[in-house]
Design a protein around this ligand. Structure first.
Ligand code: SPV
Ligand code: MG
Length: 435
């Protein structure tokens, strides 16, 4: 070992494999190795959060004889650590020339050039990669317990949790795999969680959103989604029904691995909130609803399941003071968080609620559904105080017009040739369902 040289190696995985050992051994032969260990938050910016937490991973790596130091790295970008440590070498596997790490590689090379450091790339170890290890781990990380717990973990690790409507197995696959790689921030945008909407579950069955689709049928939808996906599930529990029924619902949902149920403080024949005051929206008595939340919390048997109280005061025209006072009542009854709903387009009342509520409750998870105030960026809602942002119905709303258009065109032309360029080929259909 040429002892006065320094080497920097970034590691994100929680499972060390032969490929990592090759890289660490290469580094140790060049000089004194510092591992830049990605923090749990850093990993969550671009892939599933680790199973093994930062502190344990740090201890494991620090105990290796080839490793001299372990320092935290907060994101895929090496910039901060490289500028501080100015290592003579950065060692990495050569498989980062494509994908989201390509931008990190370019940044590393330009910083090394600033002070004369060198990049050493170790040939990819055939048959061993993080992605392959991850595929093997899938059955393990998709147990009921781990899936249920994942939402709380994400709330801890991410600045906000992004959920998307998921109404059947097919949309489960879409939400599971949708991905946008942002080279500017080196972050990968994914949906963190799945929202099983009562509006969309009902609409896909051709039914109105009035709690007509019964719980057994809702459970079938949830099971269809769970079978083909791994992301945490948030269930729209409508009003939760009668207290005596809700306690059973809670246990059923937690048993199958759902992470959160959200129930709303309405009573009588439930109408979709986006009708607002155009439909009769009857708010439940706050103490009555608080008792339902409390019964649900007492019925819960696992640690990680969450029951969120959805406050409909703004939807029903009862005003801001009513919303704030109800939210406090529901929290005292044991609610794990508050969903505040609004159908105002400008988003001002949501902003006011978040500001005023946050002042008294800095740590309570708040859920928002920006369907009408959708000009506001997720990041700005998060800055205002939102923790979970639900895009509640957008897959249904994009699928329906496309299907109506195709159905109409085939009638108009008397054949299907004219729709060929707007629909998938059968070959593509066969490919969307994984083996
Ligand atoms: C749903 O998606 O069913 C909801 C949200 O409850 S909303 O439709 O906006 O009321
Ligand atoms: Mg609903």
């Amino acid at each position: 070992m040429s002892s006065n040289k320094t080497v920097y190696i970034a590691i994100a995985s929680d499972i060390l494999h032969r490929g990592h050992l090759n890289i660490i051994e290469t580094g140790a032969a060049l000089g004194e190795v510092t591992i830049g260990l990605l923090t749990d938050e850093g990993i969550a910016t671009y892939k599933r959060p680790p199973i093994i937490d930062y502190e344990t991973r740090r201890e494991l790596l620090a105990s290796m004889r080839q490793v001299s130091h372990v320092v935290p790295q907060d994101s895929l970008s090496y910039a901060q650590n490289l500028r501080e440590l100015k290592p003579d070498y950065v060692v990495h596997g050569d498989n980062w020339r494509t994908g989201i790490q390509k931008a990190a590689r370019a940044e590393v090379m330009s910083i090394l050039a600033e002070y004369g450091g060198e990049l050493v790339e170790v040939p990819y170890t055939v048959g061993v990669s993080g992605a392959e290890v991850d595929a093997k781990l899938r059955p393990l990380i998709n147990t009921t317990e781990m899936r249920r717990a994942r939402l709380k973990q994400l709330l801890r690790l991410k600045p906000w949790v992004r959920a998307m409507e998921t109404s059947n197995g097919l949309s489960g696959l879409i939400v599971e795999h949708a991905k946008y790689e942002d080279p500017a921030t080196m972050a990968v945008h994914e949906y963190d969680a799945m929202w099983v909407s009562s509006l969309c579950d009902s609409a896909f069955k051709g039914k109105p959103d009035i709690e007509l689709v019964d719980f057994s049928s809702r459970m079938q939808t949830i099971n269809d989604i769970m079978e083909v996906s791994t992301k945490p599930i948030i269930v729209d529990g409508d009003t939760g029904g009668r207290i005596e029924h809700f306690v059973y619902t809670v246990r059923t949902l937690e048993r199958v691995g759902v992470s959160m149920v959200i129930i709303e403080d309405k009573t009588g024949l439930k109408q979709n909130s986006l009708f607002g005051t155009d439909a009769v929206q009857v708010l439940d008595d706050p103490d009555q609803f608080a008792a339902k939340i409390n019964a649900g919390k007492r019925a819960q048997t696992t640690r990680d399941f969450m029951i969120v109280a959805r406050c409909e005061s703004l939807i029903a025209g009862a005003g801001m003071e009513d919303a704030l006072s109800r939210a406090k009542t529901y929290l005292s009854a044991g609610a794990d968080g508050i969903m505040i709903h609004s159908r105002e387009k400008d988003g001002e009342e949501i902003k006011e609620f978040l500001g005023r509520f946050r002042a008294g409750f800095p740590d309570v998870p708040i859920v928002v559904v920006p369907t009408s105030y959708n000009h506001i960026l997720e990041a700005d809602l998060a800055k205002m105080g939102a923790n979970i942002i639900i895009h509640a119905n957008h897959l249904l709303r994009s699928a329906y017009p496309a299907m109506v258009d195709t159905a109409d065109k085939i009638l108009r032309y008397g054949r299907s040739l004219e729709v060929d360029d707007q629909i998938m080929s059968i070959k593509e259909v066969l490919k969307i369902i994984p083996e």
